[in-house]
Design a protein around this ligand. Structure first.
Ligand code: C5P
Length: 234
């Protein structure tokens, strides 16, 4: 396991991580772990199963037994997180989960369950199991600090809260969904606060992470910088 290379990419929501890691994983031909999706699934599934967010033990138990399958559509392969997937289908308890997983509401609920130490503990090994040959790109908040502290390269992507709110706003607009910029900025600030203030694996750069501020960079420029770092480190 330990000799399989890992690149960790951490940072706050809206820093561009999701898009960047997909490009990088594809270029490297490595697997991809979207750890945020696991927290989103726990929040979404707990709500569907009428578990109370006050009941940490039940949510942790749900997380430990999370019945999820990551499946490549249009391919025989069912390997989780394959970067070159045409489309990655997420099946929770036998049901395909669609765009509802990516909403702001689910993101905020995810950050509530993610603050529970027992939930993080329950998802620890599941995340480490994504480390498979030829390599892994791991996207999250604590990939470089807690999940893969021995990763060969660590990146921390950041951008101003205003820039991240603008990006969200544009993303929603492109999908035909109308957003409210002030409300998005408020959500981002609240989520940043919760993610960085919690005691269990708070959002912060690993000591050996390279910090990239993406506020004034294009996706291509960030991908290029990350690939250059990988070339140096691997
Ligand atoms: O990255 P994404 O927006 O999908 O993550 C949703 C939430 O899950 C984050 O706001 C954060 O609270 C939590 N999360 C986390 N640790 C990770 C990934 C996500 O706490 N490694």
């Amino acid at each position: 396991m330990q000799d399989i290379p890992v690149l960790t990419v951490d940072g706050p929501s809206g820093s561009g991580k999701g898009t960047i890691v997909q490009h990088v994983a594809q270029k490297l031909g490595w697997h991809l772990l979207d750890s945020g999706a696991l927290y989103r699934l726990v929040a979404f599934g707990s709500q569907n199963n009428h578990l109370s967010f006050d009941d940490e033990a039940s949510i942790a138990d749900y997380a430990a037994n999370l019945d999820v399958e990551f499946k490549l559509v249009g391919s025989d392969s069912a390997q989780p997180g394959m970067a070159d997937a045409k489309e990655l289908q997420i099946i929770l308890e036998g049901q395909v989960v669609g765009p509802e997983l990516r909403t702001e509401t689910t993101g905020n609920a995810a950050s509530i369950v993610a603050a529970m130490p027992a939930v993080r503990e329950a998802l620890l090994q599941r995340q480490r199991d994504f480390r498979q040959a030829p390599g892994l790109v791991a996207d999250g908040r604590d990939m470089g600090t807690t999940i893969f502290p021995d990763a060969g390269a660590k990146i921390y992507l950041t951008a101003s809260a205003e820039e991240r709110a603008q990006r969200r706003y544009k993303q929603l607009k492109d999908k035909g969904i109308s957003g409210n910029l002030a409300a998005l900025l408020k959500d981002i600030n609240e989520r940043d606060e919760r993610d960085s203030q919690r005691t269990a694996s708070p959002l912060k750069p690993a000591e050996d992470a390279v910090i990239i501020d993406t506020s004034n960079l294009s996706i291509e420029q960030v991908v290029e910088q990350v690939l250059a770092i990988c070339e140096q480190k691997f």
